[in-house]
Design a protein around this ligand. Structure first.
Ligand code: SF4
Ligand code: SF4
Length: 121
Protein backbone atom coordinates (compact mmCIF):
# COMPACT_ATOMS: atom_id res chain seq x y z
CA UNK A 1 0.00 0.00 0.00
CA UNK A 2 1.29 3.48 -0.92
CA UNK A 3 0.02 6.32 1.24
CA UNK A 4 -0.12 9.78 -0.23
CA UNK A 5 -0.81 13.25 1.07
CA UNK A 6 -2.15 15.93 -1.26
CA UNK A 7 -1.58 19.65 -0.75
CA UNK A 8 -4.26 21.94 -2.20
CA UNK A 9 -4.54 25.66 -2.87
CA UNK A 10 -6.55 27.06 0.01
CA UNK A 11 -8.28 29.54 -2.28
CA UNK A 12 -9.45 26.86 -4.72
CA UNK A 13 -10.13 23.98 -2.35
CA UNK A 14 -13.87 23.44 -1.89
CA UNK A 15 -14.60 26.66 -3.79
CA UNK A 16 -13.54 26.50 -7.44
CA UNK A 17 -12.66 22.81 -6.99
CA UNK A 18 -15.50 21.50 -4.77
CA UNK A 19 -15.10 18.46 -2.56
CA UNK A 20 -11.70 17.60 -4.05
CA UNK A 21 -13.76 15.32 -6.29
CA UNK A 22 -11.31 15.59 -9.20
CA UNK A 23 -8.32 14.33 -7.24
CA UNK A 24 -10.35 11.48 -5.72
CA UNK A 25 -11.54 10.51 -9.22
CA UNK A 26 -7.99 10.61 -10.61
CA UNK A 27 -6.74 8.42 -7.76
CA UNK A 28 -9.52 5.85 -8.26
CA UNK A 29 -9.00 5.75 -12.02
CA UNK A 30 -5.21 5.97 -11.98
CA UNK A 31 -5.27 9.15 -14.08
CA UNK A 32 -2.95 12.16 -14.35
CA UNK A 33 0.00 11.97 -11.99
CA UNK A 34 -1.41 8.78 -10.45
CA UNK A 35 -0.79 6.61 -13.52
CA UNK A 36 2.35 5.12 -12.01
CA UNK A 37 0.46 3.63 -9.06
CA UNK A 38 -1.76 0.59 -8.85
CA UNK A 39 -5.14 2.15 -7.82
CA UNK A 40 -5.83 -0.85 -5.57
CA UNK A 41 -2.62 -0.15 -3.68
CA UNK A 42 -3.12 3.62 -3.36
CA UNK A 43 -4.38 5.20 -0.20
CA UNK A 44 -5.12 8.92 0.22
CA UNK A 45 -4.08 9.64 3.79
CA UNK A 46 -4.97 13.32 3.64
CA UNK A 47 -5.85 16.27 1.44
CA UNK A 48 -4.99 19.50 3.17
CA UNK A 49 -4.62 23.12 2.15
CA UNK A 50 -1.36 24.98 1.61
CA UNK A 51 -2.11 27.07 4.68
CA UNK A 52 -3.10 30.12 2.65
CA UNK A 53 -1.20 32.91 0.92
CA UNK A 54 1.68 33.54 0.70
CA UNK A 55 2.14 29.76 0.94
CA UNK A 56 3.17 27.88 4.05
CA UNK A 57 3.40 24.41 2.52
CA UNK A 58 6.57 23.39 4.35
CA UNK A 59 5.05 24.31 7.73
CA UNK A 60 1.80 22.57 6.82
CA UNK A 61 3.53 19.36 5.78
CA UNK A 62 5.52 19.49 9.02
CA UNK A 63 2.28 19.81 10.97
CA UNK A 64 0.74 16.89 9.05
CA UNK A 65 3.82 14.79 9.75
CA UNK A 66 3.31 15.41 13.46
CA UNK A 67 -0.35 14.30 13.23
CA UNK A 68 0.66 11.39 11.05
CA UNK A 69 3.15 10.17 13.63
CA UNK A 70 0.66 10.54 16.44
CA UNK A 71 -2.08 8.66 14.59
CA UNK A 72 0.33 6.27 12.83
CA UNK A 73 -0.77 7.56 9.43
CA UNK A 74 2.44 8.75 7.81
CA UNK A 75 2.66 9.21 4.03
CA UNK A 76 5.11 7.82 1.48
CA UNK A 77 4.58 10.45 -1.22
CA UNK A 78 3.44 14.07 -1.13
CA UNK A 79 1.58 15.42 -4.15
CA UNK A 80 1.30 19.12 -4.81
CA UNK A 81 -2.20 19.53 -6.25
CA UNK A 82 -2.97 20.51 -9.81
CA UNK A 83 -4.78 23.47 -8.24
CA UNK A 84 -1.47 24.84 -6.95
CA UNK A 85 0.17 24.16 -10.30
CA UNK A 86 -2.58 26.20 -11.99
CA UNK A 87 -2.39 29.20 -9.66
CA UNK A 88 1.41 29.12 -9.69
CA UNK A 89 1.55 29.20 -13.48
CA UNK A 90 -1.51 31.18 -14.60
CA UNK A 91 -2.48 32.94 -11.37
CA UNK A 92 -0.61 35.04 -8.87
CA UNK A 93 0.44 32.38 -6.40
CA UNK A 94 3.86 33.25 -4.96
CA UNK A 95 4.90 29.60 -4.55
CA UNK A 96 7.96 28.48 -6.51
CA UNK A 97 7.00 24.87 -7.21
CA UNK A 98 10.48 23.48 -7.88
CA UNK A 99 11.91 25.23 -4.83
CA UNK A 100 9.13 23.95 -2.57
CA UNK A 101 9.51 20.41 -3.95
CA UNK A 102 13.25 20.50 -3.20
CA UNK A 103 12.70 21.91 0.28
CA UNK A 104 10.07 19.29 1.15
CA UNK A 105 12.22 16.43 -0.12
CA UNK A 106 15.25 17.65 1.84
CA UNK A 107 13.39 18.39 5.05
CA UNK A 108 11.09 15.37 5.22
CA UNK A 109 12.92 12.78 3.12
CA UNK A 110 9.76 12.01 1.10
CA UNK A 111 9.18 11.80 -2.61
CA UNK A 112 7.33 14.91 -3.82
CA UNK A 113 5.35 14.96 -7.06
CA UNK A 114 4.12 18.18 -8.66
CA UNK A 115 0.55 17.70 -9.88
CA UNK A 116 -2.40 15.41 -9.31
CA UNK A 117 -5.48 15.17 -11.57
CA UNK A 118 -5.43 15.84 -15.36
CA UNK A 119 -8.77 17.67 -15.66
CA UNK A 120 -9.33 21.39 -16.44
CA UNK A 121 -9.18 23.81 -13.49
S1 SF4 B 1 -6.78 20.03 -7.58
FE1 SF4 B 1 -7.13 18.32 -6.20
S2 SF4 B 1 -6.35 18.94 -4.21
FE2 SF4 B 1 -6.58 20.78 -5.46
S3 SF4 B 1 -8.59 21.57 -4.84
FE3 SF4 B 1 -8.82 20.35 -6.73
S4 SF4 B 1 -9.33 18.29 -6.08
FE4 SF4 B 1 -8.53 19.41 -4.26
S1 SF4 C 1 -0.25 30.50 -1.61
FE1 SF4 C 1 -0.82 29.87 -3.68
S2 SF4 C 1 -1.61 27.82 -3.37
FE2 SF4 C 1 -1.69 28.82 -1.36
S3 SF4 C 1 -3.71 29.85 -1.21
FE3 SF4 C 1 -2.28 31.33 -2.06
S4 SF4 C 1 -2.58 31.13 -4.28
FE4 SF4 C 1 -3.36 29.26 -3.35
Amino acid sequence: MVSIGIIACEKMMDKICPGCLKCFKAVWEGAGMFTEYDPAELNITYITSCGGCPGFIVNKVGMMRGYGKFYERDVDVIHIGTCIQSVATIGRCPIDLEQVKKKLEEKFGKKVVIGTHPYPP
